[in-house]
Structure formats: C-alpha cells, structure tokens
Write a protein that binds this ligand. Structure first.
Ligand code: CMP
Length: 133
C-alpha cells in the first residue's frame, strides 16, 4: 500500500468543500490515516513550495496558501500517488476534466482547491515539512 499527502487549500476550506472532497477519496477506497486542520506558517509554505520559488506566481501562491486554514490528509491505498493525482485533475482547474476534484469544484490555477504529492519522494518531503513524520 502506498501513501500520499492531500491538502485541501484555503479556498476549499472557505467554500465548505472539506466533506465533499474527503468523500470522494473514501468512496474510491482510500483509507484516511491522518487528518488535521492547520494554518500553514509562511516559513513552512516557503519550504513546501520552494521548487516554485523562481516562478512569477510564487508570491501569490505563498500569500494564498497562508491565507486561512488548510486540511492536511494522508491517504493510503494502492498506487496512491498516481491515483490521487488523477483524481484531482490538472493544475489549471479550467483544463481539469469533469469528474476530477479541480474539474468539478475549481475555477482557477493558483486557487485550485487541493494539492497532492506528485511522487513518493514528494510525499516523503512534504510529510517531513508538514511535520507528519
Ligand atoms: P499545487 O499542486 O499545490 O502545486 C503548485 C501550485 O502552484 C499549484 O498547485 C497552483 O496552486 C500554483 N500554480 C502552479 N502553476 C501555476 C501557474 N501557472 N499560475 C498560477 N499558479 C500556479
């Protein structure tokens, strides 16, 4: 069984989508092994998103991710990283197909409702930065 980090971003929390998002992953068969609401501190956000620090959208991304509570979840299941990435859809919500979290619930690129680890290495890195291990 693999594990992955799923983050419900501040827009998802503000829009009261926590239950509906979690439901999708439970319905699919994933097991929730960790779930916590927290506010990401600026320092943590800068480390979490450091791979994007040279991108034009980085300042807005840091501002956004620290703008309110988020929900951090660890999901466990077969091929968790790959399946969860498919279930959330492409980064730009406008391009994400219907049936995905972003395709059904999102309408932007930075404020795109959720984040999920893109590899097992990212899962390990993100777990460490978020203090989950
Ligand atoms: P996430 O999956 O959390 O990974 C990096 C985040 O940066 C991404 O979701 C978006 O919130 C944001 N992002 C990525 N690409 C862009 C872009 N081209 N314009 C604005 N924001 C972006």
């Amino acid at each position: 069984m693999d594990r992955t980090v799923l983050v419900i971003k501040p827009d998802g929390v503000r829009r009261n989508l926590i239950g509906r998002i979690v439901q999708r992953f439970e319905d699919r068969g994933f097991r929730i092994v960790y779930l916590r609401m927290l506010e990401m501190q600026r320092e943590t956000a800068e480390e979490f998103y450091s791979p994007h620090k040279d991108k034009a959208f980085y300042p807005d991304l840091i501002e956004f991710i620290t703008s309110g509570p988020i929900v951090v979840i660890i999901l466990e299941g077969a091929s968790a990283v790959e399946v969860v990435r498919r279930m959330i859809g492409s980064t730009n919500s406008l391009e994400a197909p219907g049936g995905t979290v972003r395709g059904d619930l999102g309408f932007a690129t930075t404020e795109n409702v959720v984040h999920a680890s893109d590899s097992i290495e990212s899962f390990e890195r993100e777990s460490r930065i978020l203090g989950l291990t």
